[in-house]
Design a protein around this ligand. Structure first.
Ligand SMILES: [Zn+2]
Length: 240
């Protein structure tokens, strides 16, 4: 094959595709926490950051295969400053901000157990996903619409929201924004209130729960959650 001829023709052949890709909406996928301060610790001692990074990758793949451009933020584990995350989303032209996290519980619920000879802490009392939006985000209406659609899509896949953040105890007491779909208000969450675009934080599940931790580590569960997030974002208009 005459390669020079093929290469000369290539830009023309792929031009429509490239224009489409450039116009595709950018969705920021923020990997919660960083290596030095990795968030919650699972019942078996795995840092939350590792769960967040793996799920964020799956969500990025699901979004890319549906024609949007994922913009990973903090994926290398070195993004120490919270304010830098919203700035990176804006600089990257993101039209939506999704923070990916995994959940724990208040310390007084934790009980000791041993895993592979190492003392650990767990509670099996709570399970399920939750979603958060901030009333201080300038695009609250779109944030809430998308959080609700993501929650509904997760429920369609057989997952359940956890009500434990609404309990009137110290550290919780979050008001419901959409109880049916597992969405709470969390006004002062930095990444949500600093984002210039609609923003949602997803707690994909409770990793201090021994059974749920195992489920959340499977590629199948990550793919299920990722697909539901993609569907929810599509239904709320974030990917158009
Ligand atoms: Zn977290």
């Amino acid at each position: 094959m005459n390669l020079s001829r093929f290469c000369a023709a290539a830009p023309l052949l792929f031009a429509p595709l490239m224009v489409f890709a450039e116009q595709a909406p950018v969705i920021a996928i923020d990997v919660g926490h960083y290596r030095e301060n990795p968030g919650a610790i699972s019942a078996r001692g795995i840092p939350e950051f590792e769960f967040n990074a793996a799920l964020a990758r799956s969500i990025g793949e699901a979004l890319a295969s549906a024609g949007t451009r994922p913009l990973p933020i903090g994926a290398d584990g070195n993004m120490v400053h919270l304010h830098a995350r919203a700035r990176a989303a804006r600089a990257g032209g993101a039209s939506f901000f999704l923070a990916v996290h995994h959940d724990s519980a208040q310390p007084h619920f934790l009980e000791p157990w041993e895993w592979q000879g190492v003392p650990r802490q767990y509670t099996d009392r709570f399970s399920g996903f939750s979603l958060f939006v901030s009333r201080k985000n300038p695009k609250l209406e779109a944030s809430l619409r998308c959080a609700s659609r993501i929650g509904a899509a997760l429920i369609m896949q057989g997952l359940q929201p956890t009500p434990h953040h609404a309990e009137t105890i110290r550290g919780e007491s979050k008001p419901w924004a959409d109880r049916e779909n597992g969405v709470y208000y969390y006004d002062n969450l930095v990444v949500l209130k600093m984002a210039a675009m609609p923003a949602v934080l997803l707690e994909a599940g409770v990793i201090i729960n021994r059974r749920e931790e195992e489920l959340l580590q499977t590629p199948e569960m990550r793919a299920t959650i990722a697909k539901a997030v993609q569907r929810g974002l599509s239904e709320c208009g974030a990917t158009r």
